[in-house]
Design a protein around this ligand. Structure first.
Ligand SMILES: O=C(O)CCC(=O)C(=O)O
Ligand SMILES: [Fe+2]
Length: 339
């Protein structure tokens, strides 16, 4: 595999938050009174009222990113550090481990409010809005965000799903102490530039079957548990507006219909590897990925399960208005659900 280049700290994808802005954010975070875990809608309403008070540069960069005008597919906000001690990293899945103040929840919610609506998926971690991501021994080698010894290959988030999130937000509570866990990403626009029109045409055809039985989560398709499914929906990898295309990409879960489709997928993967950057996320980093305009991956790393492992907090965000069913989506993965 071609090694991804290190992200240049002066790149347009990086914004280092100055100390005064961090102070302002801490003040705003401390003004909220609602409970982000037990009453998220009320908490988010409170957070929204603070958006106009965000420092101008942060607000501008977020709205440029939301408009997709930078074409970068990722925005890394650095320096958003918590004050005081971060509790030990959990080693077992738990419901919302409590960090002491609500700074991470505030930062994540205010970023999300600038981009769209935070959403949860009923079948993923019980629909949690704030999802803690840390290595879990049992899943060390699994295709899972809880893995560590396994390299989590390039993908778009929830590529198997009819409605993947438009954005993925990864806030870092604690970086990998060894610095070996690297998050990689590549902008769709840069990747597609590398490919010939016949490859793009192959990727645009519904010639990839989502292998639903490989999913770990308790989804249903046509009323049957997905683990019992031997066929899945046929999707295209490349879609959306031809002038601003989007990817649905997860080779581990996609079965090409024929060799031409398989070859196009391999070419895409090679192009992603050529155009990717990597960053070792550190405490206080918030990485926003545009899930249509970027793919991402994470290298393997060593987990020790001693309270000092890498610990991220993750959120899924949609640009659409919430439908009547609300913030927590329930989905049937039947073929007819896919656009
Ligand atoms: O741990 C990371 O850096 C990214 C993991 C990932 O792909 C995810 O949480 O969606
Ligand atoms: Fe991911």
């Amino acid at each position: 595999m071609t090694a991804a280049k290190e992200l240049n700290p002066t790149s347009r994808s990086v914004l280092t938050i100055d100390v005064r802005t961090v102070d302002t954010l801490h003040d705003l975070a401390a003004m909220t009174t609602r409970d982000p875990y037990n009453d998220f809608d009320a908490y988010l309403d409170e957070v929204r009222t603070t958006v106009p008070r965000l420092p101008a540069e942060l607000r501008t960069r977020l709205s440029e990113f939301a408009a997709g005008s930078t074409g970068e597919g990722a925005l890394l906000l650095r320096g958003l550090t918590l004050r005081g001690q971060v509790p030990p990293t959990p080693a077992l899945p738990v419901a919302a481990p409590a960090t002491k103040n609500q700074f991470s929840e505030y930062v994540m919610s205010v970023v999300a409010a600038s981009l769209g609506e935070p959403v949860g998926y009923a079948e993923e971690r019980d629909g949690q809005i704030f999802q803690d991501v840390f290595p879990v021994r049992e899943n060390a080698a699994a295709l899972s965000s809880q893995s560590s010894s396994a390299d989590l290959g390039y993908h778009t988030e929830m590529a198997f799903h009819p409605n993947p999130p438009d954005y993925l937000l990864l806030y870092t509570l604690r970086g990998d102490p060894d610095g070996t866990a690297l998050t990689r990403f590549a902008a769709t626009r840069n990747v597609l530039r590398e490919l010939d029109t016949d490859v793009l045409a192959a990727l645009s055809a519904r010639d990839y079957m989502v292998v639903l039985r490989r999913l770990h989560s308790p989804y249903f398709a046509g009323g049957k548990p997905v683990r019992e499914m031997d066929s899945g929906p046929w999707v295209s990898i490349l879609g959306g507006d031809p002038l601003d295309p989007s990817l649905r990409y997860e080779p581990e879960l996609m079965q090409p219909r024929h060799e031409r489709a398989a070859e196009a997928l391999r070419e895409l993967t090679t192009a992603i590897e050529r155009r990717a950057h990597h960053v070792a996320l550190e405490a206080g980093d918030a990485l926003i990925l545009d899930n249509r305009r970027a793919v991402h991956a994470r290298s393997s790393f060593r987990a020790r399960y001693d309270g000092r492992d890498r610990w991220l907090r993750r959120m899924h965000i949609t640009r659409e208005q919430l439908a009547g069913s609300g913030r927590i989506l329930t989905t049937d993965l039947a073929p007819g659900s896919y656009r």
